[in-house]
Design a protein around this ligand. Structure first.
Ligand SMILES: [Zn+2]
Length: 344
């Protein structure tokens, strides 16, 4: 039975016909993995924490960057340079101390997906890459985990719920798309309110799923914030679904430095290391190179004359570099840092 304080806190949702005391118990016992802590994931995490969902695993490899702040409302200015997983977990603990929150600074890959979602009731996909989405779809199918998919770009968004071990899955709807063929938020732009609406719908759907009555199972909700319109579309089984056909996922995991985006006088670079050196060790090594600083438990930053490079516990170095440095030189700097970081 709930304590009077607990009851008081959630009283405005307990009175809802669909929730009640029994529903609130389900939320309290519920556990979710939120994968991707950008615009969608930060909205989902805050909303579910406030609603009293008991256990939350927060997964992202990235660090908070200044252009995130216009739409990722979970972060504040002082979080810039810190791992998103850690900054988001701190904020969630401030919103609701009863939530057991678990930050995981990791990439989703075929190797770790099972570990990330194996023990939760529900998976909420808030990533911005098809590669990650397909990996999540497949592991959810294998482990029989329900999946709430979301995406948003410019003024438009999608939400759908799948039980991908059944007839219909994400790859029935969007088969074999490649990240290279689609613009990112950095290129196409995104309306902050669009990700907030889409994230709010994902979290409403998560609550409904936990309560036992999802609305968007095998249904695509198309959100149009340009015309303030919502459309629903039934999703049918796709006879040539690559997942059903057991087609292997293409895994373009490169260990080369990659330029992610170049805009407004800044280049963003990413390099994934083959090993995942400990953040403390990287700090020790980078201190010898210059102006290194810890950014919480999960990240360390080094400042160079024309750029800032951050190593996160996911085993990645992210660089934000002035465009006066040409791409080749920037890649050389990040490669050198990677070599230093993984020295034994
Ligand atoms: Zn399918």
């Amino acid at each position: 039975m709930f304590s009077p304080d607990y009851f008081w806190r959630y009283s405005r949702q307990i009175v809802l016909h669909d929730v009640g005391v029994e529903g609130q118990e389900k939320l309290k016992d519920g556990s979710v993995a939120i994968i991707g802590l950008g615009g969608l994931g930060s909205q989902v995490a805050m909303s579910l924490a406030a609603s009293g969902v008991g256990h939350m695993r927060l997964v992202d490899f990235d660090v908070v960057s200044t252009p995130d702040l216009h739409r990722q409302l979970i972060y504040s200015e002082r979080d810039v340079g810190y791992a998103k997983a850690e900054a988001a977990a701190n904020r969630i603990s401030n919103i609701n101390r009863d939530v057991r929150v678990e930050p995981r600074c990791e990439y989703v890959s075929e190797e770790n997906a099972r570990d990330l979602v194996g023990d939760v009731d529900l998976v909420i996909d808030c990533t911005d890459s098809f590669q990650a989405k397909y990996t999540i779809n497949r592991v959810c199918a294998k482990l029989k985990k329900p999946l709430i998919f979301g995406s948003a770009i410019e003024y438009y968004g999608n939400v759908a719920t799948f039980e991908p071990w059944g007839d219909v899955c994400l790859e029935c709807l969007y088969p074999e798309l490649s990240d290279e063929d689609y613009p990112s938020c950095a290129v196409a732009g995104v309306l902050p309110q669009c990700v907030q609406v889409v994230g709010s719908i994902q979290s409403a759907e998560a609550v409904r799923y936990i309560l036992g009555s999802p609305t968007l199972l095998n249904t695509l909700l198309f959100v149009d914030l340009k015309n303030y319109a919502l459309d629903r579309l039934n999703i049918a089984q796709n006879p040539s679904c690559p997942h059903r056909a057991n087609k292997p996922l293409s895994t373009p995991r490169v260990w080369e430095p990659t330029e992610v985006c170049s805009r407004n006088g800044r280049r963003q670079l990413l390099m994934v290391l083959e090993s995942k050196p400990n953040v403390d060790e990287v700090y020790e090594r980078w201190v010898r190179l210059g102006d290194a600083e810890r950014r919480g438990r999960l990240a360390v930053e080094v400042r160079k004359p024309d750029g800032v490079y951050t190593y996160t516990a996911a085993g990645a170095i992210l660089g934000e570099v002035d465009t006066r440095i040409d791409a080749k030189t920037a890649k050389q700097i990040i490669t050198q840092l990677a070599t230093t970081a993984s020295q034994t």
